[in-house]
Design a binder for this molecule. Structure first.
Ligand SMILES: C[S@@+](CC[C@H](N)C(=O)[O-])C[C@H]1O[C@@H](n2cnc3c(N)ncnc32)[C@H](O)[C@@H]1O
Ligand SMILES: [Mg+2]
Length: 388
């Protein structure tokens, strides 16, 4: 955090930077980013599959979380439809997402609605985040909030962040950090509320925060206080979720699905591409030696360009041994054969296919196979070979 004594005009909500009239307290990274990073770290640590961000605003946190490979369902809810629509559609997959599909499916949905309304589509989540939300709820909504989020939605984990008012005196002109804030709590006030709610709905809670106070003012605590609530007894049972009646109150304003290797057509595209590249790499690397010998190749990784740092992945000793011990490519006349077992020995392809049958069925429509289906067949010589 940086501090200096510049004259400034305004105080901007904790969503951005805290800019007081006389002393500038500038967080590095900005406070809102520290909050997002906090959630991202938590996601990396706990690997939740279903994540909802309540009061998601312009969806910035969702944009950061969507790259996380463990998440399969990502939901944003906000009462302000314009905020959702402003950048919501930039959550859609880009060209790169099609070129390099995710391992797991991902669906992102944005709902317009209030967090104090019950919507059954948010049941069964692993993580629900409420970042700088509760201080925007009036007393009636704040009273309803625990019953809906903890009692009804009842996710495995809930993260709630809110301003710590004890930090505010470090901003000379601040009473509330944002004109829409209905309150700002001291640590004692937040913790008293959080412990009551946790106890009532059978959660445990841990307190932390982001935005370190400056040297000499450590006693005020973090600028943003955070409670991490964990449901006692672990995960929400899927069976409990399915027993609930459908209750669709929110309006879905945006939804998108990402390409993934779980979808057959993307799996086949990636597999065919990888197999073609590997076969071509083997064919080219063996061409010079073919002039010396006829018949079977000496296809050990030492001669494979794919093991060179200049041309492809570098293999570990274990991977090299696995490749060496697999059936070798061979030549019959002007045809080059690469056994599927050989291809399966390469780490990238092994990650894609659990066994020979999966590989065979994945490529059979697109790549020529030997009559018994055990090897890929390619022409030994390509017209481009003659050009060099
Ligand atoms: C300070 S912003 C925080 C936005 C976002 N969580 C972030 O950290 O960048 C508070 C958000 O809560 C939303 N909000 C306020 N009351 C709400 C309610 N009852 N239900 C859903 N969203 C609400 C506002 O529209 C606003 O987008
Ligand atoms: Mg706020």
């Amino acid at each position: 955090m940086e501090e200096n004594n510049l004259q400034c005009n305004s105080v901007v909500d904790g969503n951005f930077e805290e800019v007081p009239r006389e002393t500038v307290i500038k967080f590095k990274p900005p406070l809102y980013r520290q909050r997002y990073q906090f959630v991202k770290n938590l996601v990396e640590q706990h690997e939740p599959k279903k994540v909802a961000d309540l009061g998601c605003g312009d969806t910035s946190l969702l944009r950061l979380l969507k790259v996380n490979p463990c998440i399969e369902f990502l939901v944003g809810v906000d009462i302000n439809e314009d905020k959702l629509r402003w950048r919501g559609d930039t959550l859609a997959p880009l060209m790169g997402d099609y070129l390099k599909p995710r391992d797991l499916n991902l669906t992102i949905t944005l709902y317009h609605g209030s967090v104090v309304e019950r919507d059954s589509r948010l049941l069964g989540f692993d993580l629900i985040t409420c970042i700088e939300l509760i201080e925007h709820l009036d007393s009636g909504d704040l009273a309803r909030f625990p019953e809906v989020v903890f009692g009804y939605l009842s996710p495995s984990m809930i993260v709630i962040s809110t301003p710590n008012s004890e930090f505010n005196p470090l901003f000379p002109s601040v009473t509330l950090r944002d004109s829409d804030h209905k309150f700002e709590w001291t640590r004692m006030e937040f913790q008293t509320w959080a412990l009551y709610v946790a106890n009532r709905y059978d959660y445990s809670v841990e307190f932390t925060g982001v935005g370190e106070p400056p040297a000499g003012a450590e006693n005020v605590g973090y600028c943003t206080q955070i409670g991490i609530f964990r449901k006692n007894g672990g995960k929400a049972m899927e069976s409990c979720v399915s027993e609930q009646h459908d209750q669709h109150v929110y309006k879905a304003v945006f939804t998108t699905s990402y390409p993934s290797l779980q979808q057959e057509r993307f799996f086949k595209l990636v597999l065919v591409n990888e197999v073609s590249q590997q076969v071509e790499s083997l064919r080219v690397s063996h061409l010079p030696r073919q002039k010396k010998q006829d018949g079977e190749w000496d296809d050990t990784p030492k001669d494979s360009q794919a093991s060179s740092p200049c041309f492809g992945p570098v293999f570990t000793e274990v991977e090299k041994a696995k490749i060496e011990n697999s059936p070798k490519p061979f030549c019959v006349g002007d045809k080059f054969f690469v056994p599927l077992q050989r291809l399966l020995a390469y780490p990238k392809l092994n990650r894609l296919c659990a066994n020979e049958e999966t590989m065979r069925s994945g490529i059979a429509d697109s790549i020529p196979l030997s009559s018994d289906g055990s090897a890929v067949v390619a022409d030994l010589r390509d017209y481009s070979d003659e050009q060099f």
